[in-house]
Structure formats: C-alpha cells, structure tokens
Design a protein around this ligand. Structure first.
Ligand SMILES: *[C@@H]1O[C@H](CO)[C@@H](O)[C@H](O)[C@H]1NC(C)=O
Ligand SMILES: *[C@@H]1O[C@H](CO)[C@@H](O)[C@H](O)[C@H]1NC(C)=O
Length: 274
C-alpha cells in the first residue's frame, strides 16, 4: 500500500512544496504552542480586599495555590518579605514568586512579578486556533490533490469540488499558487475534458472570460485567445449580456456562462522549471 502512496507523494512533490510554502505564508507555527495551560481555568474566586496591614514578620512560604484571577489592584507596597500569608493564600497567587507564571520567566525584572499576564496568553491561544484551522483546510486540499490530479508536461490540473463563483474560484486557485485552468491547445483541452468526465461532472469553470469587453475573450491571466478555441456549436451566445465567464463541458466544449453561478472549477499549477 505504502509504496504506491510514496510514489504519488514523490510525483506530486511540487504540490506538497506549494503546501509548505502556503504554511509559511500563513505563518503557521505549531511550535509556538505553550506547554502549560495555567490560565485556562479559574477555579478560585477572589476574596474581598482586605485592609492594608502593617508589614509583618516574614511568614512561612505557603504552598503555591492554583493560579487565580487577577485581584483588584492594591496600594503600591514595598517589595519585600511576604506577610500575612493566610489571607493572601485565599486570594490566589499573590505573595508567591515570579516563577508561578511561566510567561514571566526570564522577562521579569524583579520578585515583584507575581501576577500572570493572562491576556497575552489568551491572545496567543486564539491565534493558534486560527492557524490550526487554516492548517486543517490546507491538509484537506493537499489530500484531495494527491488523490486526484492530472498533468501535462508543463502543468498539474486539479478539479476543486467546491461550488464557487468565477471570481471566488479564481481566488481559490491563486492563493494556492495556481490559476484557473487556461487550455491553450487541443491536447491540454482533452486532458481537462477527460478529467471532467471521469470525475462524473458535467461542467467546471475554466480561466476564460469576456468581462472587460463583450465578445473579446481573454484568459484569466489577461492573455488573449490565440489560434485555439473549442466553443460548443452556437456558443458563445450571450443574448442577456450576463454570460461573461466560461465553463468547460465534459465533452471538452466551451460554453459562456454567468460568472456568479457557483459551480466546480479546475485549477492549474505550473511545474517547477529545471
Ligand atoms: C498556433 O498553433 C500552432 C500549433 O497548432 C503553434 O505552433 C503556433 O505557435 C500557434 N500560434 C500562436 C500564435 O500561438
Ligand atoms: C450554456 O450556458 C448557459 C448559461 O449558463 C446555459 O443556459 C446553457 O444550458 C449552457 N449550455 C450547455 C450546453 O450546457
């Protein structure tokens, strides 16, 4: 089983590189994951603020309690021996040393650092969640790509089975380092047509449109049609004036269609030049 998979993986190394590139763009950095979740649960509620006490004898160091919520800001006191350990223990971590908070390690100027900076911690966790979600989306894309893909000497082709408008489809291909497929010769057109029909589909958007100038079709990269086209008989026929985008049918024939329709589409990716 694995040797075939490995072969595929090697074969589509380029696409996987694209994926890795994307991971870099998105700044996914799973190594950022903090190791302890000191701030995620608060089981101890803050007690009422006590009267300011006189500086007492140094008490015994109590056991560090669970990290509690930040209490009300007290009057500025002298950094020194910790007094009244009993009351402080109820309130939470105040009275302990800086090392209670992993975020403060190394970054704290003095023993005065006793309160965990949970706001910053939550922000990191929130960003992580976003990154993980993006990573999952990318993984899904790569899995699908490896499962079904076509190629010519120069390019890979991939049908994205998500219903999107022409513009959304264009963006989808672009952010993955590709383009909506632009068949410029019969051989390529045949590869795509076969791919569509073997996938059991009837039509997909390709990278061709006349949005700029009615009847003047250009590829998605703005290059004009040259000596190849494969319009279905009677097409393009835009009587309503709304059919400015192009779909390829499973026969390989082209049909001008409405850009806002949401259908599957096909991306192309340039193979790396040697
Ligand atoms: C037209 O097609 C032929 C092959 O059929 C190709 O050699 C030629 O370069 C094409 N011309 C243009 C302008 O693309
Ligand atoms: C061509 O596109 C138009 C507009 O979307 C549609 O009404 C027509 O059925 C299409 N033709 C074919 C053969 O699918």
């Amino acid at each position: 089983m694995s040797s075939m998979k490995e072969q595929q993986l090697r074969k589509y190394g380029t696409v996987v590189m694209l994926f890795i590139f994307q991971v870099q763009i998105f700044g996914l950095d799973v190594d950022n994951r903090p190791t302890t979740e000191v701030c995620s649960t608060h089981t101890i509620l803050p007690g009422p603020k006590g009267d300011e006490g006189e500086k007492g004898d140094r008490g015994e160091m109590g056991k560090p309690g669970k990290v509690g919520p930040k209490g009300p800001k007290g009057n500025k006191g002298v950094v020194g021996d910790v007094g009244d350990q009993g009351i402080i223990g109820k309130i939470g971590p105040i009275g302990g040393k800086g090392k209670f908070c992993p975020l403060c390690q190394g970054s704290c100027a003095s023993r005065a650092c006793t309160v965990c900076d949970c706001g910053r911690y939550r922000k990191v966790v929130g960003q992580l969640d976003i990154n993980v979600a993006r990573l999952k989306t990318s993984m899904k894309f790569v899995k699908n790509v490896i499962a079904g893909i076509r190629e010519t000497d120069e390019k890979f082709y991939y049908i994205v089975k998500e219903e999107k408008s022409y513009r959304e489809a264009l963006t989808h291909c672009r952010i993955r380092g590709g383009m909506l497929a632009m068949p410029r010769d019969e051989a390529t057109n045949a590869v795509i047509a076969d791919y569509i029909s073997k996938s059991g589909l009837f039509r997909v958007f390709i990278g061709l449109n006349d949005m700029e100038k009615e009847g003047h079709f250009v590829y998605a990269d703005n290059t004009p049609l040259q000596n190849y086209s494969n319009w279905k008989e009677g097409e393009p026929r835009d009587t309503s004036g709304h059919e400015d985008c192009v779909e390829m049918l499973s026969t390989g024939e082209w049909n001008d269609s409405e850009c806002h329709l949401t259908i599957y589409f096909i991306c192309e990716f340039l193979k790396k030049r040697k």
